[in-house]
Structures are given as C-alpha cells and as structure tokens.
Write a protein that binds this ligand. Structure first.
Ligand code: 5AD
Length: 340
C-alpha cells in the first residue's frame, strides 16, 4: 500500500472504504509504527478545563448551542479556573486547555487577566485556548498575554457542507480567516473535524484530509459525530468507529509530527475507543480537569464519558490503561516538534 505522502483524491477515497479487517490492521500498524518512531511510545496529556458552556453560536450538532434552552449554563470564576490548574499542576500536567463556548460573558479583559495570571503562576506550562472565533487583534492580545496554542476545528473543508452544519450567520470564510491568522500570530494551531457528521460524504472527508495536509496544523482533532438529544441532529446516526480510526491513521501518515488526540468522543462510542485511537496513531489524551459539578453540564453530545471521575483517580486509572497497551503517559509540555 503506497501510503506515505503522495496519495491523490481517489486513492484516499478508496482508503476510506477499506472493509477487510487485515487491510485496516495494516493501515493502523503503519500509522502506529510512524507515531512510535516520532514520539517514542509517549502519550502526551493535556488538562482540559471547560470553563463556560454559554455560547453565542448555534451549530446544529452541538449540545451547548445557543438555542438549547435545556442546558443549565455555568461559568467558572477566575479562582475556579486557577484551582483546576493547580489540581492539574500537582498531577504533573504542564499543558492546560481552556475550552468554552463563545461566551460574551468573558470579556477580552477578563480573558487577558486569566491567561496572564496562569502564565505568571505556571510559567513552565503551555496554555492552549479553545474559545472560538475572534478578531486578529484579540487573538494577538491573548497570545501576548501568554497563550501558546489554539484549537479551532475547521469542522468541514467543504463550503456547502459547512452551511448544512451551521446557521447562515456562521461563515466558513470567517473560520478559515481565524485559522490562518492564528498561525500567522505564532500559535501552535489545531484544526480538525467530526467523522460522520450529517450530510458528510466520502469526498468531503477527502477534502478535509487535503485541507489539513495543506494547512499543516500542529494539532489535529478528529472524533466521531455523536448526536445530542436537544439539537436538530438528534436523530442522525453517530460516526463510525473504524472510519474514525482509519482517518486518524491516514492523518498520522500524512502529518507524521502532528499532535493527534484520541478524543473523548472516541472514548464515548467505544469502551476502549481511546486505546484504539492510540493504536491507530494518536499520541495525545485530554483528561478533564473541570470541577466534577459542572462536567455534566458541558455536554456537546449524549453519553459523554469522564463526567464523574475525580481528576486524580481518573488519571491514575488512565495511566494504567495506557501502560497496558504498551505506552507511557507523559505530562510535560509536549510542544510540537518537527522530528521527521
Ligand atoms: N459530536 C461530536 N463532536 C462534537 N463537537 C461538537 N458537537 C459535537 C457532537 N455532537 C465537536 C466540534 C467542536 C468540538 C469542540 O467538539 O467539532 O469543534
């Protein structure tokens, strides 16, 4: 199988539809071998802090969309966010991911204040933001305040498909503007998409792969779409496990150095989903550091895992599970490096 760097559209499309167990295993094995070569069997952890579930956006797939009036909304205070960092820091975590809806309740000044406080308290840590679409000036100010990385999935590279997943006010053009500006400012940038989102075609997925190859993000988030009961897509089927794993493998082969998490969504659709993700070439895990009390309120989709584990216990457990499949959880910053 000629996998490495030069796969063209139809070859990619046929890779997406491989159905033989042996073919899939072969692909996973190749991707895993490459990940092992680059990351030496280390799995990086990032402490995820879901600090607000208010959102001004109305993505049709997302459980915390503005129109979902059944969500109990919350915002963590600066002190609560810092407590989460402290818990994580004590566990050894050196990366914090601040994720939230696009919440106008956090002003730019408040964000700058929180980020600079984390930066000054935990100067040896990486700060990753995942707070949506903003202006160049805002991104730049947050970067200067101490943020290093930014996660903003492109969601789908196909314009028409984008309009089927989002209301008219949310434009793909703006999403792409954000991604390129983040890169220009100097953030390590994460893009990505859901597998099996409504209306998605095989060709769309190929476009996603080619977009990512072209964009060269430092991080790539890919997980299955999972319906949420209070969204317009509640009756849509969830994304396929094997297809998600195949995509992770292809992306590993296309972008050998990329940080690719085995996502929570992957862990949600299969009890060993995250392990399977690692065995298909993923090299990052993002345990939840949010206070237990709010976790069940940050539900982008149904049946999300890790909603009732204590960070400390959960982490020890996770470590063991990863060791079992031959990998080592490491807590250092794990910055993107061009190894090969
Ligand atoms: N299923 C899976 N992933 C989802 N996301 C949002 N809603 C869902 C869902 N129902 C993903 C989006 C978003 C990221 C934070 O979570 O891709 O960018």
């Amino acid at each position: 199988m000629a996998t490495e760097h030069t796969l063209e559209k139809d070859q990619l499309l046929s890779l997406l539809t491989i159905s033989q167990r042996e073919e899939k295993e072969y692909l996973f094995k190749k991707a895993r071998a490459l990940a092992d070569k680059v990351f030496e069997k280390k799995i990086y952890v990032r402490g995820l802090i879901e600090f607000t579930n208010y959102c001004r956006n109305d993505c049709y797939y997302c459980g915390i969309r503005k129109s979902n009036l059944r969500v109990e909304r919350y915002r963590l205070s600066k002190e609560q966010i810092l407590d989460c960092c402290q818990t994580g820091y004590r566990l050894g975590f050196r990366t914090f991911v601040l994720q939230g809806g696009e919440d106008p309740g956090f002003s730019q000044e408040a964000l700058v204040d929180i980020i600079s406080t984390i930066r000054n308290t935990y100067f040896d840590c990486a700060i990753t933001l995942s707070i949506g679409e903003k202006s160049y000036e805002q991104y730049q100010e947050l970067f200067r305040a101490g943020a290093n990385r930014y996660l903003l999935r492109h969601e789908t590279a196909n314009k028409e498909h984008y309009t089927k997943l989002h209301p008219p006010g949310q434009k793909q053009e703006n999403r792409l503007r954000c991604l390129s500006e983040l890169k220009k400012i100097g953030y390590q940038v994460g893009a990505g998409f859901m597998v099996g989102s409504p209306y998605q075609t095989g060709e769309n997925l190929v476009e996603d792969l080619l977009f990512l190859k072209e964009f060269q993000p430092e991080m790539i988030g890919v997980g299955p779409f999972i319906p949420h009961q209070d969204t317009p897509f509640k009756n849509c089927p969830r994304g396929d496990l094997d297809l998600t794993l195949i995509l992770i493998s292809i992306l590993r082969l296309m972008l050998p150095n990329a940080m690719i998490p085995a996502t929570t969504a992957l862990g949600t659709i299969h009890p060993q989903g995250r392990e399977l993700g690692i065995l298909a070439g993923a090299n990052v895990l993002m345990p939840n550091l949010s206070p237990i009390g709010v976790r069940k309120k940050y539900l982008l989709y149904d049946n999300k895992i890790c909603t009732d584990e204590e960070a400390v216990e959960g982490f020890a457990l996770l470590k063991k599970r990863i060791q079992k499949i031959g990998y080592e959880l490491v807590t250092d910053r794990g910055d993107f490096r061009k190894v090969i």
